[in-house]
Design a protein around this ligand. Structure first.
Ligand SMILES: Nc1nc2c(c(=O)[nH]1)N[C@H]1C(S)=C(S)[C@@H](COP(=O)(O)O)O[C@H]1N2
Ligand SMILES: [Mo]
Length: 308
């Protein structure tokens, strides 16, 4: 396969200009990947959920305007200014397919899922591998509750999640150097860790489209690219998946992608991060500061490349 020059969001945050990625990879122009459809009461997905006191973010909230206008959502374009373009994302009705090693493969409507979970608000730090960071209040529920709804079979070891791939509304799907749909995965132990969160709201409102409406993953101890947006499918498997960025640049992005200031990206340092808003630089912390909750997940894995 011929590899062309490309840099994408993995360009250092300090060099600001995002360019298109590399690699002559065949694109699977996913057909109108099926968000099967039924009505969803969107407003009900965020309002009035009580804020959890379990995880103290320890720094000021990012301004809502910054968090909702500076985004990574490559389906809508490779720069940070996709918030307008993303308004075409069709989010209602919405459903999620549960497939693979589950007791009963099925599709569940989002409104049905929301009836079976308890919403709460959590303020989490977010660290993008490019070097920028934010602190935002997500509304949602623990990922383990979604796993329980899916009903995995006992042999399942990984959960794989996919974003909608809709060529009609997502111009980024024409970039054939990417292999759509966007796919991410975690181990069952990671999925069942209380910190792993499924968000349906942000700042007490329904999740904005540019932030991954109507339902996305939030893994605050990992680099942001693991937190897959607009999820339409959850597959349980006993094989580790090749994830979106790993498939494109395996020498730069791996499966684990845990935040670590001492493990530089091959092209830039990860020692500090730039806070959206005031652009202040602060030190990056191992596991993005969530080590007490998640470090145990990685004990006894000396041969795994746990950090990027
Ligand atoms: N489907 C999809 N999910 C995605 C991305 C993407 O391009 N497409 N970008 C990831 C990256 S690199 C980051 S940092 C976060 C950004 O989330 P935000 O725009 O809500 O800040 O989403 C992640 N999830
Ligand atoms: Mo990112």
């Amino acid at each position: 396969m011929h590899i062309k020059t490309v840099r994408g969001w993995e360009v250092s945050d300090r060099d600001a200009t995002p360019e298109a990625l590399m690699l002559g990879r065949r694109t699977v122009l996913a057909g109108a990947a099926g968000a099967a459809m039924l009505a969803v009461p969107l407003a009900a997905q965020a309002q009035g959920a009580p804020r959890s006191g379990k995880y103290d973010a320890g720094r000021e909230l990012t301004a809502e305007r910054d968090a909702t206008t500076y985004n990574n959502y490559y389906e809508f374009g490779t720069d940070k200014s996709i918030s307008r373009a993303a308004q075409r994302l069709p989010i209602a009705p919405w459903s999620i397919k549960f497939e693979g090693m589950v007791e009963t493969p099925r599709t569940m409507d989002l409104d049905d899922i929301l009836k079976r979970v308890k919403l709460e608000e959590r303020v989490y730090r977010h660290r993008c591998v490019e070097g920028w960071a934010m602190t935002v209040p997500w509304t949602g529920f623990p990922m383990k509750d979604l796993v329980a709804l899916a009903g995995p079979a006992s042999g399942a070891r990984y959960v794989v999640m996919e974003t909608l791939a809709d060529p009609k509304t997502m111009p980024g799907l024409r970039i054939s150097t990417f292999e759509w749909p966007y796919v991410e995965g975690v181990t069952m132990a990671e999925a069942n860790n209380d910190l792993a969160f499924i968000a349906t709201g942000l700042y007490g409102k329904a999740l904005p489209k540019q932030n991954g409406a109507p339902i996305r993953l939030v893994l605050p101890w990992k680099y942001g690219f693991k937190s897959v947006k607009s999820i339409v499918k959850m597959t349980f498997t006993d094989k580790r998946p090749t994830t979106f960025w790993e498939g494109i640049q395996p020498q730069e992005y791996g499966f684990w992608a845990n935040v670590n200031p001492d493990v530089p990206h091959p092209r830039w340092s990860q020692a500090t991060e730039r806070l959206l808003g005031d652009n202040q630089r602060v030190p990056t912390r191992i596991y993005n500061g969530y080590g007490e909750f998640v470090a145990g997940l990685y004990a006894g894995m000396p041969n795994e490349k746990l950090f990027i």
